[in-house]
Design a protein around this ligand. Structure first.
Ligand SMILES: Cc1cc2nc3c(=O)[nH]c(=O)nc-3n(C[C@H](O)[C@H](O)[C@H](O)COP(=O)(O)OP(=O)(O)OC[C@H]3O[C@@H](n4cnc5c(N)ncnc54)[C@H](O)[C@@H]3O)c2cc1C
Length: 359
């Protein structure tokens, strides 16, 4: 048998990539394997990290920890990988009435919101918006995900720590002491396979609630200010003349095929931002690995074997993954306890029912 590694990561979407970068920074030995499909949710994502979301301008869970953390982590990884991927820009939410703007301004002054939201006016001519007033988020931005993933792949390939392989689950010889995979010994395997988790015989008892999403990239001569617009949909300016609009949500059709209905829905919603003349450059669809309680899946398999999971980041992978990669690494390397909201031990009864059903 060849050398002994500490961790084996399966899947190089955002979750596997950021866990790998976190291990690397901590000097922890690992190998990462991905099937190289370039098809997972991460390849489709708009990459927006927004602390204030939803119709009611809710603060993202743990935003006070996640956003200061990610605003340090992505620039650090840019330095390590030698390229720029993270663009810190505000998200503008227009108010549709004076009463709504008054409510928004009340929120901006309230506890918890002050560090994430401030009132402001949109620049430019947007006749569909009744007011130019609204709110801007602070600490937000977007990650250009595909080049980030490619740079991570290249970085670890050059170090001999990345392999392309479509793994199958019968290739693992697992015990409480570790595992053997491909003739090598590892202390543990950490699965970050996105929605392929549904095929994972050890973790498919966990209640994933996958959500299909679609996104359009457009070419247009209309000009937009350099911030993300958000009202019913988002409009993300990429470079002058190029923008993305998104994203749809569907829980019924779980395939990764772009649909005409989603295209029509997005183009209709973007009219609020005056979008009228454009060419569709690209239309992508993917499936978000969302969970029934909207909290990620982290931790050890209940069998006590060397099996771990790092998954379930839903529609907020860019915001959640950096912070929780650190949490998982500290749990594995220093024994720090995982928060109960993210620890898969919260679904122990699902595991027990699953075992009874299969016995
Ligand atoms: C339309 C859309 C828009 C989105 N916009 C945003 C956004 O603006 N901001 C945001 O934060 N999030 C967004 N998301 C969500 C985001 O994509 C996810 O939170 C995140 O990318 C999940 O990453 P992951 O690594 O867990 O999963 P994935 O990206 O699915 O990665 C899993 C990886 O595992 C590999 N794999 C699977 N099975 C195997 C196997 N058997 N062997 C080897 N490799 C395997 C896959 O090839 C893949 O590379 C969006 C998603 C969609 C669909």
């Amino acid at each position: 048998m060849k050398e002994r590694h500490r961790s084996l990561i399966i899947g190089q979407g955002l979750a596997g990539s950021i866990l790998a970068l976190t291990f690397f920074e901590l000097g922890h030995d690992f190998v990462i394997i991905d099937n190289g499909d370039e098809k997972g949710s991460s390849w489709v994502a708009a990459g927006i990290a927004n602390p204030i979301t939803g119709r009611r301008l809710s603060i993202t869970w743990l935003a006070e920890h996640l956003f200061p953390f990610l605003n340090q982590a992505y620039p650090r990884w840019e330095q390590l990988l030698g390229a720029t991927f993270f663009h810190p820009i505000p998200v503008f939410r227009p108010a549709m009435s004076i009463a709504e703007q008054n409510d928004f301004e009340g929120l901006c002054a309230s506890e918890g919101y002050r560090e994430f939201l401030k009132p402001g006016k949109i620049k430019g001519n947007f006749p569909q918006l009744r007011l130019s007033d609204g709110v801007f988020t602070l600490q937000s931005g977007w990650l250009d995900v595909p080049p980030f993933l490619k740079a991570v792949r290249e970085f670890f390939t050059n170090k001999g720590q990345y392999h392309v392989q479509n793994i199958s689950y019968d290739q693992f010889d697992i015990s409480i002491h570790g595992l053997i995979f491909g003739g090598e010994h590892f202390d543990r395997v950490i699965f970050s396979e996105g929605i392929s988790m549904l095929q994972n015989p050890w973790f498919n008892y966990l209640p994933l609630k996958p959500a299909k999403g679609e996104i359009l990239e457009l070419l247009t001569e209309q000009s937009y200010p350099n911030y993300i617009l958000n009202r019913g949909c988002f409009l993300l300016p990429l470079t002058p003349g190029r923008l993305k609009i998104g994203a749809t949500y569907s829980w019924a059709e779980l395939d990764d095929k772009p649909s005409k209905s989603a295209e029509a829905e997005l183009l209709k919603k973007a009219e609020v931002f005056g979008l009228a003349s454009y060419q569709i450059f690209e239309h992508k669809a993917g499936i978000r690995p969302a969970t029934i309680d909207r909290r990620p899946f982290l931790g050890a398999h209940p069998s006590g074997n060397a099996l771990y999971i790092f998954n379930g980041f839903g529609s907020k992978g860019v915001s959640l993954i950096p912070y929780f990669a650190k949490e998982l690494a500290e749990h594995l390397l220093s024994g720090k306890e995982l928060m109960k909201e993210i620890n898969i031990s919260r679904f122990l009864s699902f595991y027990q029912d699953h075992e009874i059903f299969n016995s």
